[in-house]
Design a binder for this molecule. Sequence first.
Ligand code: AMP
Length: 523
Amino acid sequence: MANKSKFQAIRGTRDLLPPETALWNRVEQTAHEVFTTFGFGEIRPPIFEPTELFARAVGGETDIVSKEMYSFPDHTLWGVEGQRTNIILRRPNFEDIRAVSLFVSQVDDFISQVDVALKAGEMPKTNDNDRALEQLRSGSDRISTFLVPSTAGLSEEQFKLTVAFIQDAAAALKFGDQVSLRPEATASVCRAYIEHNMQQLPQPVKLYYMGPMFRRERPQKGRYRQFYQIGAEILGGPDAPAIDAELIEMLMTFFDKCGLQGTELSINSIGHAADNCRRGYVARLKAELERVKDKLGADSQRRIETNPLRVLDSKLDHEQPIIEKLPRIADHLCDECKTHYAAVKHELELRGVIYRENWRLVRGLDYYMRTTFEITAQGLGSQNAVCGGGRYDGLVELLGGPPTKGIGFAIGEDRLILSLQESGKGAAPQGRDVYIAWMGERAYATAIRAAKDLRNAGFRVELPPTELKFGKALERASKLGSRFALILGDNEVQSGEWTLKNLATSEQQKLTEQALLDYLHGL
Ligand code: AMP
């Protein structure tokens, strides 16, 4: 049975371990190299951002934002927040002077805690918070009058109103901003473009990123809660079709250099959000879906109302013949979008990029427009999409920036790695070039120096930390997958001739240090 420790990686997350991490590094290095040759620079945005950024950019109604984000209020005042909850839930009895008095002292204690937190900058110092604190103070003054017998003329109604006044103020306090672990990075890249005034740089600005993303999805093969994406965005400049095509060319070059097998590129154009283009099409689609509604499943029926385009994503067998007969967007694009799409295809052909058209490749949000694309690879089962991308000319503006063209993609790195492993392109276990079998104090000093020189020359070296018997040392050397054992004992140190044993052939030779380096380099 496996060793069960108390702690295990959280569901949907996992450790990436050697030798697999060597493959991850190779893939990432390839991305750095290929993207650089296309003039892209790397951006490393933070891993958490205000929740509102993703709600706006990804869409509050999407599954990603509404169900799958890891969100939390960004503060450490859990105790004070607990006091607040306590105050909000209290219903002190007007006639019970002890209950009223307890409530008053709770409120006063809470006020002083909030005051300290605000002064210390542990709570955001906003007008809203100042106002709420003011209201709490005046509520506290008012409610303490109920404790004085001479004001016994006050009514229960007035008491209740005062309690509600205090509770409203407490509820209005904001302890910290709501933040989320990023579920994707396009929103962050656009935010950074605006924040750093990148529209003043030569346009377009070409950025790429790589790193972990977080979505609370149901884990399965190729789907994790912490997963990794490698993505790129082109922001600003024109929406020339060559930009779309070059971005896709870069992507296919990258996959090719990684050795990814069985890649298929699908493209589509989803026009733009106008009555004579996508909006008109969606209206037609919706009307048509209404007609066949009874034959569709529950999900699709719901989507007719919420987002008819998403019906086209359906994988249900019995819906396929129905979907095949639905109106297609290509027949409803406006002239400009039609021309743009034709030009993108032409530009892809000029670059020798092979594509398939898939009219069902759509994106649900308004700011997506024109080009959409997806790449699938082999060996991934149902989760076979390794990359999705598209044009999003309205996004920067939606986030408060100037009108800016944009297009980008995100590669699922976990799936890319899985596919490479399935096709036998996984990393070999990391062995050693040289295992130094040393014996005796004097030899040890030489061994340390030899290890340093060999490592400086770029060889993978294992230097055992304690002396081992000769046979044991050779056994360890083979277990670690070493190619050579460098044998250093008194004789070797004295003569300056070191013994190098080839562990595959068992051949041994005597070499000076320099001759040894030359020999290893020559292999
Ligand atoms: P998206 O950001 O949803 O367009 O996804 C882009 C790519 O990221 C997909 O094609 C997948 O390869 C990958 N991806 C998305 N979600 C996950 C996940 N939960 N686990 C692993 N890969 C994912």
